[in-house]
Design a binder for this molecule. Structure first.
Ligand code: F6R
Length: 326
């Protein structure tokens, strides 16, 4: 798992070069809908963050059996499942097909690939044999590449090159230091800006799956309108929480002011608090620098908790038991 986590920058470069077969035809979608759960869902969330301030169409992430009722021929659906066997994604994909949407799949194989091949839908086939969450770059970057090659968004090549230069070794000591402070605490991850929402969620997911620990996430400014009041909990409960605030180096100053005040009036009750700021020139490296740090924290916390970061026995058992109840 450590090798896979450290390999994120390399995978970003490889993933930009993956192409769809058959190629994606030119298109100007009115809406882009991503389908995918867990490690295969976060790519859609990252896509929304990257394109929110520049694309002429909305990006909507679906983590459900149901595709949205508004799907039509003008929609592009990116169906993503690493294994190709996730039932929610397969069910929503069938509905997207019935609605006449253009569909592209991103997968390493399985039923999703078979169905796409049968229908002649473009498929980006990613390298096999990884835990899905460790294949994040392969599942996310092709979404941008597909949209670019269809003529729907600009090229992200310069941003990909910038992200591929992230130096994982530089993050390792910082990650191990934080992991040491998280032992026997519940991590509470807050993004200082909605741009980093999927990063906060990724931190939580990786802490769940790699470190096998409970964690929660939320984002500014929304949390100022509800969760900030929740910090009125009992003192011993508040001390079991460790706040991690993720800042974007390009976030509006007003959000920084919100964070500073909230620290004074609410988070001072937490057992600990750490803050990190994204690095890099462009949006992709700003997102991926903090993802790399969080992935390393989750790996390091697993080692400190003496658990194996790789298997996710509970997810496997749940899928097995569901499969036995058709
Ligand atoms: C496992 C993981 C899970 C899976 C999810 C969906 O590493 O991260 O969250 O990603 O159960 O499965 P796939 O990705 O095969 O569609």
């Amino acid at each position: 798992m450590l090798d896979l986590v450290m390999g994120l920058p390399r995978m970003v470069a490889e993933a930009w070069a993956l192409s769809a077969d058959p190629p994606v035809p030119p298109m100007r979608p009115e809406v882009v809908v991503t389908l995918g759960l867990g490690g295969s869902g976060i790519g859609g969330d990252l896509l929304r963050s990257v394109l929110a301030d520049e694309a002429p169409f909305p990006v909507i992430g679906v983590k459900d059996y149901r595709a949205p009722a508004f799907l039509s021929r003008d929609a592009l659906v990116l169906a993503c499942s690493y294994s190709g066997g996730t039932e929610e994604t397969l069910t929503a994909y069938e509905q997207a097909v019935s609605a006449g949407a253009s569909c592209v799949v991103i997968t390493s194989g399985g039923d999703l690939l078979e169905r796409a091949r049968r229908r002649g839908h473009p498929a980006v086939v990613v390298p096999k044999g990884l835990p899905p969450r460790a294949a994040l770059a392969y599942l996310f970057i092709p979404m941008l590449a597909v949209l670019h090659r269809a003529g729907a968004v600009r090229s992200f090549e310069a941003e990909v090159r910038d992200a591929a230069r992230l130096d994982a070794d530089r993050y390792r000591a910082r990650a191990e230091g934080l992991a040491g402070r998280l032992v026997e605490r519940i991590p509470v991850i807050y993004s200082a800006t909605p741009f980093l929402e999927p990063v906060a969620q990724r931190w939580k997911d990786q802490l769940n799956e790699n470190a096998k620990t409970f964690a929660v996430w939320n984002t500014f400014p929304e949390l100022n309108h509800n969760e900030t009041v929740g910090w009125g909990v009992d003192g011993s409960l508040a001390r079991s929480l460790h706040v991690i605030i993720l800042h974007d180096r390009a976030q509006p100053a007003r959000l920084g002011q919100r964070v500073a005040i909230t620290k004074e009036i609410a988070f001072h009750r937490a057992g600990g608090l750490d803050e990190f700021t994204s690095e890099g020139e462009h949006k992709l490296s700003r997102l991926l620098s903090l993802i790399l740090l969080g992935d390393l924290v989750s790996w390091s916390l697993a080692i400190k908790r003496d658990v194996d970061p790789t298997p996710v026995a509970v997810i496997d058992e749940l899928k097995r038991r569901l499969a036995a109840q058709p």
